[in-house]
Ligand binder design. Structure first.
Ligand SMILES: [Zn+2]
Length: 339
């Protein structure tokens, strides 16, 4: 009776799927993520130390009210004995990693989780070498993994900064010996790279890799990042700033300068100390952690640093980063290594 066996199998699968789905809803609908506040390494390995557990977490984060088909957004039924779902409408079969950055990765979810936590936690950044050693993988895998997590950390659509804003520029890298073309941060011998920092006092930080410090370049950063309602912008007395402010449409009364050229660093509430403290963190990251950052990848490191800095009081930073990973597009390896 081969036909009957087939029918039985289908029925069994249907029933198993149905029971699984019932269980899904019984255990709290909508299911809240079990990824709580202030996750640390010990908690992570205790509670999520296997691929199966990580998969469950991803399901809770991606589908807080039950699995949804990525193609038609309809509800889906779990397939028995597989980590997959079957769409109730179009019968597309998928897993929680379908269409996410995790899908084509040969790395275990558990290693993704560990690397993400390490990158979230490391104040001065974490090098690919460190990830390679700590998680036991090749350097190439660690490097690619770090870059993909970093790309997911990229903050887009950020509100412009208002209130009291500090702006400053700094120079990083350039440790190579004169005449050396290959080493150092720039790939252009001893020349250093320019980083522009803008920070709202007691608020968010932005850092950018700039091609030069001409008034036009600085004005562009002001226009893109500082609100028209800004209370005041504080800078040092570097010659480009007054012209940059004018070009960006910032009135003279809103621009205050501190005379670093005369070795004055604080005058009442006029200073650029809070943006400079962020620079020192960046420099310690470059010197102590990353050692060498190519000019090409410098913007990615700056974004990572800003993301961590701006989320320093966020107890859900790890969960939020995993959420960003779920929704971000994959960064191709060949795109990363292209010159
Ligand atoms: Zn569907």
């Amino acid at each position: 009776m081969p036909n009957n066996v087939g029918v039985e199998q289908v029925l069994c699968q249907f029933l198993a799927g149905h029971i699984l789905r019932m269980l899904w809803f019984i255990h709290g609908e909508p299911m809240k993520s079990s990824l709580g506040q202030n996750i640390n390494l010990a908690k992570l390995s205790e509670e999520f130390g296997s691929d199966e557990k990580c998969r469950k977490v991803l399901e809770q984060l991606r589908w807080p009210s039950g699995p949804k088909c990525p193609r038609c957004q309809e509800k889906a039924t779990p397939i028995a004995n597989r980590f997959q779902y079957d769409c109730d409408k179009c019968h597309y079969q998928f897993s929680v990693t379908a269409g996410t950055i995790f899908h084509d990765s040969h790395l275990s979810l558990w290693k993704w989780f560990l690397a993400t936590l390490l990158l979230c936690e490391a104040k001065k950044g974490m090098s690919a070498c460190q990830i390679q050693r700590t998680l036991g993988m090749t350097y190439k895998t660690a490097w690619y993994l770090c870059h993909r997590i970093r790309a997911a950390m990229l903050e887009t659509g950020k509100a412009k900064l208002d209130g009291i804003v500090e702006m400053d520029e700094t120079y990083v890298g350039g440790k190579a010996k004169p005449g050396s073309k290959k080493q150092g941060l720039t790939g252009r011998g001893t020349e250093k790279e320019i980083v522009i920092g803008i920070r709202k006092r007691n608020g968010d930080l932005r850092m950018f890799h700039a091609s030069d410090v001409k008034a036009g370049t600085i004005a562009q950063f002001i226009r893109e990042n500082v609100s028209e309602d800004v209370e005041v912008i504080m800078t040092d007395d570097f010659a480009s700033y007054p012209f940059a402010m004018e070009r960006a449409g910032v009135s003279r009364t809103k621009h205050k300068t501190i005379k670093h050229s005369s070795r004055v660093y604080v005058m009442g509430d006029i200073h650029t100390n809070t943006v400079e403290s962020a620079f020192s963190l960046l420099k310690r990251g470059i010197m102590g952690t990353w050692h060498r950052v190519s000019a090409k990848h410098l913007p990615a490191y700056l974004d990572e640093m800003c993301f961590r800095f701006n989320n320093r009081k966020n107890p859900y930073l790890f969960r939020d980063t995993v959420l960003k990973l779920i929704s971000s597009a994959n960064l191709e390896y060949r795109e990363l290594i292209a010159s």
